[in-house]
Design a binder for this molecule. Structure first.
Ligand code: GLU
Length: 336
């Protein structure tokens, strides 16, 4: 008899533990999210490590104290802290959205075969990486692959191609995005290296349209302004299987979001992507303007802006803030 009671108590205890674990992982309250958001902001707001990118001259002049964190749930709830309306140029993060556009037009196989979906293990603007990989860019998030992707957007001319790229990013953001003219001017007159990369890819038969014109449009897409608020909403579209949870509009086919996020996991944080994945498990993309967006699949989009970068070109405080939030709220998808 007493043996049976012990067994019953043990079973009840196990059920209670199981129930607690599952509720913690899947049902976060707004209070829990707000608390952790505040904690991460307070913890890292005085972290001054790193410095603005300066190889694009206008980026060196961006206010490096901007710090903003936004989280948007897959059902459209928004949690934010800091200068969430301050904008910086989107830079490399734009590569995610032009990839989404070309993948929608040409299918995932085309991306895999024509551009590649592997990490290079080399810096984002590497020319050696192209030479080492049979004249291919390796993936759409290094400059070579991104310029190539831009060149493949279906259009009759550059003006039409630019319009499609901008419209597409605005659908992800759910609002208009402005061009940062000083950043664009500063880079477009100084992008010989990207032009060289595009010309080399053209020589290898990998470009979809004129390499120099594609480089100019790529430079322009990198100069669109975004806030942490914009980035979190853009990321939430990927978290929500292709539907913008704020505008409720469908932006991309749900079959494509896992493909895009897998490349974000492999190559989203330049040649430090492995360390990032090891820490957080999240698909993410950073830009030298100081932004990072990260996706918690099925749950949240996160956007952070903080212009000071580490030696890989990733925002120091954005990485810290997101890692903290992931740990505290148990958001690592590989731990679910
Ligand atoms: N427009 C920048 C470049 O091509 C983007 C780099 C980045 O954010 O990684 O160098």
């Amino acid at each position: 008899m007493s043996n049976n009671i012990t067994k019953l108590l043990r079973a009840t205890f196990l059920i209670v533990i199981f129930f607690n674990v599952t509720t913690n992982a899947s049902q976060l309250t707004p209070q829990q999210i707000t608390k952790v958001l505040k904690e991460s902001y307070e913890k890292f707001k005085d972290d001054n490590r790193g410095k603005n990118a300066d190889y694009i001259k206008a980026l060196a002049e961006v206010n490096s104290s901007i710090f903003a964190i936004s989280i948007v749930s897959a059902s459209g709830d928004i949690y934010e802290i800091g200068n969430t309306k301050e904008v910086v140029s989107i830079q490399s993060i734009s590569k995610v959205f032009t990839l989404a556009l070309v993948m929608s037009e040409k299918g995932p196989k085309f991306i895999q075969e024509k551009i590649g979906v592997n990490a290079t293990g080399l810096p984002f603007n590497s020319i050696i990486a192209i030479e080492q990989h049979n004249g291919s860019a390796s993936n759409p998030f290094v400059n070579a692959g991104a310029i190539q992707t831009t060149s493949w957007v279906k259009a009759d001319n550059s003006a039409q191609r630019w319009k499609k790229i901008k419209n597409n990013m605005e659908k992800f953001a759910g609002e208009k995005l402005d061009l940062n003219a000083p950043v664009y001017k500063s880079e477009v007159n100084d992008n010989k290296r990207n032009q060289a990369i595009a010309t080399l890819l053209e020589a290898n038969g990998r470009m979809g349209s004129d390499p120099l014109k594609a480089t100019t449009i790529y430079t322009k897409q990198c100069a669109l302004n975004v806030s942490s608020h914009n980035l979190a909403i853009m990321a939430s579209v990927l978290a929500n299987h292709g539907v913008n949870p704020v505008t409720k509009k469908s932006v991309i086919d749900s079959n494509l979001t896992p493909k895009i996020m897998s490349i974000m996991q492999t190559a989203g944080l330049y040649d430090n992507a492995g360390e990032w994945l090891y820490e957080t498990g999240l698909p993410a993309k950073s830009g030298v303007g100081g932004g990072i967006l990260a996706v918690v699949p099925g749950k949240f989009g996160i956007g952070v802006i903080s212009p000071r970068l580490d030696e890989y070109g990733n925002s120091v405080r954005a990485q810290e803030a997101i890692s903290y939030i992931v740990k505290k709220l148990n958001l690592n998808p590989l731990a679910q």
